[in-house]
Design a protein around this ligand. Structure first.
Ligand code: C2E
Ligand code: MG
Ligand code: MG
Ligand code: MG
Length: 289
């Protein structure tokens, strides 16, 4: 048995797992400093109406800029931030920074900024007050924001979560469900809170083929259901004209994806907005990451 255990232990610490464990430790040790030293930044990915390709807003996506200039993507530090509680100060920074940028952008064009919320943030009392505080600090209307949560948050039946969603609703802050279709939630949960938009997960968009109705069966079902529940739909991860065309045919409302613009630093997005103002066709964004 000792031999077995010894072998199991040995197998557990593969070089790969060792590397991941030390990456995690490195991330945890440095993230606190990153917050204090202002090493986080928001990039913005443009969002468009499907019919007419009008720029309607952007999703704010956090990045961690190392002192040497290297960018660390959120997949590498958001899970660690959630496990350590650092997501609370980090999430609050994202909210404040997104509102600050929204206030600047609103001087140029009527746009909406979508912000990702972690379940940890929503489960903690006081989120609606934090949002209200940032809105008034930067003097922007609640409709200039959109808060994105995943399906699992809807299924949380705690009083804190339902209280927070009803406060946000009263304030008039729109709510979107991110990565919709991947979370195993019961559709009944969509009726518990007012949901304004379903973001169709990229996995249901990537396979879309013109002339192959099966390829769009799930996207089409989501769009149909959203319409009967009076919710909007936004397709994520649109990379080709063919996908765009299929979604337009299905009556999807909005989209974002590499086809129309990558996430980009604020200054680049501002230039993008200025170019867009008055022009119906958006330019392709430069590849920045
Ligand atoms: P998400 O909210 O679903 O964001 C969409 C992700 O898809 C982004 O990755 C974006 O860069 C990527 N993407 C956009 N268009 C395309 C496309 O056409 N093709 C492909 N292959 N990918 C595309 P990113 O920026 O690495 O963010 C990953 C995830 O990290 C986000 O997924 C979100 O869950 C989380 N995240 C990002 N920023 C924040 C934040 O401020 N707070 C929280 N709590 N989570 C965040
Ligand atoms: Mg999102
Ligand atoms: Mg998503
Ligand atoms: Mg996602």
């Amino acid at each position: 048995a000792a031999k077995e255990a010894g072998r199991a232990t040995y197998q557990f610490f593969t070089p790969e797992l060792n590397r991941r464990a030390s990456d995690r430790m490195w991330t945890e040790n440095n993230l606190r400093r990153a917050l204090a030293n202002n090493e986080l930044e928001l990039h913005f990915q443009p969002q468009f109406s499907l019919d007419g390709r009008r720029l309607i807003g952007a999703e704010a996506l956090v990045r961690w800029r190392q002192p040497d200039g290297t960018l660390i993507m959120p997949g590498q530090f958001i899970p660690v931030a959630e496990d350590t509680g650092l997501i609370l100060p980090l999430g609050d920074w994202v909210l404040g920074e997104a509102c600050r940028r929204a206030a600047e952008l609103l001087r140029h064009q009527d746009l909406m900024i979508a912000i990702n919320l972690s379940a940890v943030q929503v489960r903690r009392p006081g989120l609606a007050e934090r949002v209200a505080g940032w809105l008034s600090a930067y003097g922007i209307p609640p409709s200039a924001l959109e808060l994105e949560v995943t399906e699992s948050v809807l299924m949380d039946d705690s009083d804190v979560v339902s209280e927070t969603f009803s406060q946000l609703r009263e304030m008039g802050v729109p709510l979107a469900i991110d990565d919709f279709g991947t979370g195993y939630s019961s559709l009944a949960y969509l009726k518990r809170f007012r949901v304004d938009k379903l973001k169709i997960d990229r996995s249901f968009v990537s396979g879309l083929r013109a002339g192959n109705p099966d390829s769009g069966a799930i996207a089409e079902a989501i769009i149909g259901m959203a319409r009967s529940l009076r919710m909007q739909t936004l397709a994520e991860g649109v990379e080709t004209e063919e996908q765009y065309h299929c979604l337009a045919t299905m009556g999807c409302d909005q989209c974002q994806g590499y086809l129309l613009g990558r996430p980009m630093p604020y200054e680049d997005f501002l230039a993008f907005v200025r170019r867009d103002a008055g022009t119906p066709q958006p330019q392709l964004a430069e590849v920045v990451e």
